[in-house]
Design a protein around this ligand. Structure first.
Ligand code: GLN
Length: 248
């Protein structure tokens, strides 16, 4: 396989501002799982301002942030990141967006004080904060058909209530926790190559099957469809521990 094909690149949106509740663990998991398969794993940090490197990215990560950090990034997202991100996703790149990042990829996020931050509308969702924060373990029965186990586990801490429009599909149904809005039993969003979720934790270290889903999906455009199996004993033991703890 040509050398350039054995690269895997993660683009981290706003690493200095949108990175709470251990979200950095998602970056480490994506890079390590590519490296363990002999890919040259690369990280491009995409802070505020213009960049010409977004077309190099296979999977973008957009982490969580409190209202204050979301207020600091949404204008840059609209002005400098929206056009190249839309192009990259149209060309087959993947996106994992968690909580605050998830909210800003939708049509808007409105805070509990009524301040509305426009999103980029990459996914058909809208979010308005409620008075009560949703905090705790989450177990989701995933709608993704290519992952085993079919469950996803994590931790949520958000005031936003996200509702899906007709173009968006739920990542899964909530078995434990609140998920998108604590009302319709959905969690997260799947639309095109974008995966949005409220699951912090961080998410991917305890859900290696989801990490591989993201890696595999983003490499498909380069004709890479199979990933060598890895020993996920430790990761899946952590997954099972959350399942057991949540079942009590
Ligand atoms: N500020 C947003 C909310 O409270 C997102 C929080 C987060 O990213 N954990 O819903």
């Amino acid at each position: 396989m040509a050398r350039h094909q054995k690269t895997f690149t993660v683009g981290w949106l706003y690493p200095d501002l949108m990175n709470i509740y251990g979200d950095r663990g998602n970056i480490l998991t994506l890079l390590k799982r590519a490296e363990w398969r002999d890919f040259e794993a690369r990280l491009i940090e995409l802070g505020r301002g213009t960049t010409k490197r977004m077309d190099e990215v296979d999977v973008f990560f957009f982490g969580g942030g409190q209202d204050r950090e979301q207020a600091l990034v949404y204008e840059d997202l609209l002005e400098h990141k929206q056009p190249p991100l839309e192009r990259a996703v149209a060309a087959g790149a993947g996106v994992l967006a968690v909580c605050g990042g998830y909210q800003l990829l939708g049509h808007y996020y409105q805070t509990g004080e009524g301040e509305r931050f426009p999103g980029i509308g990459l996914i058909d969702v809208r979010t308005e904060a409620g008075t009560r924060r949703f905090i705790g373990d989450v177990v989701v029965d995933s709608a993704l058909v290519d992952i085993r186990p079919t469950t996803l586990v994590g931790f949520e801490n958000h005031s936003g209530r996200t509702y899906l429009g007709p173009k968006a599909k739920a990542l899964g149904r909530v078995r434990v926790g609140f998920g998108n809005n604590g009302d319709d039993h959905t969690e997260g969003c799947l639309q095109g190559g974008v995966l949005g979720t409220y699951l912090h934790g961080s998410l991917l270290p305890k859900n290696p099957h989801l990490a591989d889903h993201l890696i595999r999906s983003s490499l498909r455009r380069r004709g890479i469809t199979d990933l060598a199996a890895l020993d996920d004993t430790a990761e899946l033991a952590a997954h099972e521990k959350i399942l057991a703890r949540s079942a009590r």
